[in-house]
Design a protein around this ligand. Structure first.
Ligand code: DGP
Length: 220
C-alpha cells in the first residue's frame, strides 16, 4: 500500500514583524530543530542579499545608495520573484520552507513611506502563498532598546510605528482573502526559549505532517 503521507508537500511558513523583534533568531531555531528531528527544512531570508538584486537592496538599506521609493519597492518584489520557483520546487519535494520576512513586509514598509497600498500589493500577486504567517509582536520600546537597533535605514521609531499600523492592514487583507487561520500573532516578549515554545505549539502539525494540495497563489 502506498504511504498517504508521501503525497503531502512541505509547509511554507513565513515569519514577519518589525525590526529587532527576534524574528531571525526564532527562524534559525525552528529550522535547526526541524533538522535535528530529521525533517527536511530550509531557511529563506528576505531580502536575499546574496543575489545581484539583493546587493542593490543591501546598498539601499545601508544608505550607501539612494533610490526612488517605487523603484526600491519593485526591487524587493523582484528579489522575492527570483526565489519563487526554488520555493515551490522545495515544497513539492517535501521540504518545509521557513521564510524570514516576505511580501507582507514589502507592503507594510513601503506603504509606511506613503506609497499606495494597492501599488505595494500588486507586484507580489501570484507569488507562492504561505500556509501560515507568524507575526511577532513586541512593544516598540523593547525593540528600540535591543542591540543594533538604528543601524539601517528604516530603524527609526517613526518609521516602525507607521509600519506597525500598516501591518495591521496587511493582517486584515490576508485574513479576508485567504482565511483567518493563515495569519497568527505571536507575543515576542520574554526569553528566547519562551518565545520558541509558543512558536513550537503554533507550527506543530504543519511541520510534522506537511500539507495536502497545491501551493496557493498570493492575493488570488
Ligand atoms: P532584515 O534583513 O530582516 O533586517 O530586513 C531589512 C529591512 O528591509 C527591514 O527594515 C525591513 C525592510 N524590508 C524587508 N522587506 C521589504 C520590502 O519588501 N519592502 C520594503 N520597502 N522594505 C522591506
Amino acid at each position: 500500500m502506498s504511504d498517504p503521507s508521501s503525497s503531502r508537500r512541505g509547509a511554507f511558513i513565513v515569519f514577519e514583524g518589525l525590526d529587532r523583534c527576534g524574528k531571525s533568531t526564532q527562524v534559525a531555531r525552528l529550522v535547526e530543530r526541524l533538522k535535528r528531528e530529521g525533517r527536511k527544512a530550509r531557511l529563506q531570508k528576505f531580502p536575499d542579499r546574496t543575489t545581484a538584486i539583493g546587493r542593490m537592496i543591501d546598498a539601499y538599506l545601508q544608505s550607501k545608495a539612494e533610490m526612488d521609493d517605487h523603484a526600491i519597492h519593485l526591487l524587493f518584489s523582484a528579489n522575492r520573484w527570483e526565489c519563487a520557483n526554488a520555493i515551490k520546487r522545495d515544497l513539492q519535494d517535501g521540504i518545509t520552507v521557513i521564510a524570514d520576512r516576505y511580501a507582507f513586509s514589502g507592503i507594510a514598509f513601503s506603504a509606511a513611506k506613503g506609497l499606495s497600498f494597492d501599488f505595494c500589493l500588486n507586484p507580489d500577486e501570484s507569488l507562492p502563498l504561505p500556509d501560515l504567517t507568524l507575526y511577532m509582536t513586541l512593544p516598540q520600546q523593547e525593540a528600540s532598546s535591543r542591540s543594533q537597533f538604528g543601524e539601517e535605514r528604516y530603524e527609526t521609531e517613526s518609521m516602525q510605528s507607521a509600519t506597525r499600523q500598516q501591518f495591521g492592514l496587511v493582517a486584515q487583507e490576508v485574513k479576508n482573502r485567504h482565511g483567518e487561520q493563515r495569519w497568527v500573532e505571536v507575543d515576542a516578549r520574554g526569553t528566547i526559549d519562551e518565545v520558541e515554545d509558543r512558536i513550537r505549539k503554533i507550527v506543530g502539525d504543519l511541520t510534522s505532517d506537511g500539507v495536502e494540495g497545491e501551493v496557493g497563489k498570493l492575493w488570488k
